[in-house]
Design a protein around this ligand. Sequence first.
Ligand SMILES: [Zn+2]
Length: 450
Amino acid sequence: METTTAQNSDHQGKRWNHLRKILERSGPFCPPNFTASNETLEFLQNTCKILVIGAGGLGCELLKDLALMGFRDIHVIDMDTIELSNLNRQFLFRRADIGKSKADCAAAFVNARIPGCTVTPHFCKIQDFDASFYRQFHIIVCGLDSIVARRWINGMLISMLEYEEDGSVDETSIIPLVDGGTEGFKGNARVILPGMTACIDCTLDLFPPQVTYPLCTIANTPRLPEHCIEYVKIIQWPKENPFGSDIGLDGDDPAHITWVYEKAQERANTFNITGLSYRLVQGVLKNIIPAVASTNAVIAAACATEVFKIASSCCEPLNNYMVFNDSDGIYTYTYEAEKKSDCLACSTVPRPVDVVDPNTMTLQDLIQHLCDSAEFQMKNPGLTASINGKNKTLYMATVKSIEEATKGNLTQSLGELGLKDGQEIMVADVTNPNAILIKLKFQSNEVEMA
Ligand SMILES: [Zn+2]
């Protein structure tokens, strides 16, 4: 359809009226440092540069929201390609896009649809860029499903902080991080001012490593349909081998799922447990939680609103953690997550690790602890310590030659390796672009006081 120049300019004139009402008038909720002015919209449109990490369920919503809110210089990073199962909620993609880059397709869609907005795509990992790339942005907003990636960008923004002579953070070096996350009908949105407020690692124990049910509950006192499914999976399947002795349970095989479903239903009936369904069996067996489009929409809108508030100063930002749940009615709650004084990522204090007995705890045990415990949740840590004034690599799996040279240390005890009480160890892991410090704390052992 043809539009005249007059219609276009008319449209342009009215296009941002809704934003002008907020930005060019003062109001009772405006913080004292806000000055109503037409310069703020000018800043949002022509200066402010936003990075969106992730172009999936949250990312598509975020890009649409931010572009419609007047941001015109947006970058997006995503390493994934589009799959058929994305199309029900990742609405910037079409069937013809399957197999193509999410970042590229999302950027092309928004650029074609929203005049004046330029989304720049990056089809790669966040780890492919260094601080010089991240420093160009005013605000970074994450729509990720990976905790490792969240922790990595969090660590990157903390490493970019600069400090005043008195040790306080130079506020001009802070890049605010707005983080959204969803899981089924639950979600959260949070605002992180690196170095100032609680960071991702400060609240790491909010993300338990994995849901597991105690075996005694599964076997003796099941209360949830999940307990019945786990029972069939762990105990009945290996005992009955319904599809032959060498056939393992396959969560993608409908015949297997049906068998587990029927057995779990029998057990649920015995214990008067309701709520079992074929889909739940699928979910438990494959350990997946279905993505819900409306949860993504709510969380992305909350995050985009926070970006707008931070960029314009028109309202105080969220302080600092909002949870949302619409599985049973609609519930939201906001609280202030606290900065942890010995946070792995944002404090310079080495994190203590308790060692019960340095003569029985091996290096392998220590590494296992760093991976399994809720406060560390590392993936593949490499350890270096200074022993008798010399730097010594205790173990590192990421470089093959070093792995070969150090794997003998794994079975040695901490005592045998010459590690002392109070020993500081540098730990490098994919969860942070920088190494962090831990400090061994030997439990006061049986030294008899006279
Ligand atoms: Zn922290």
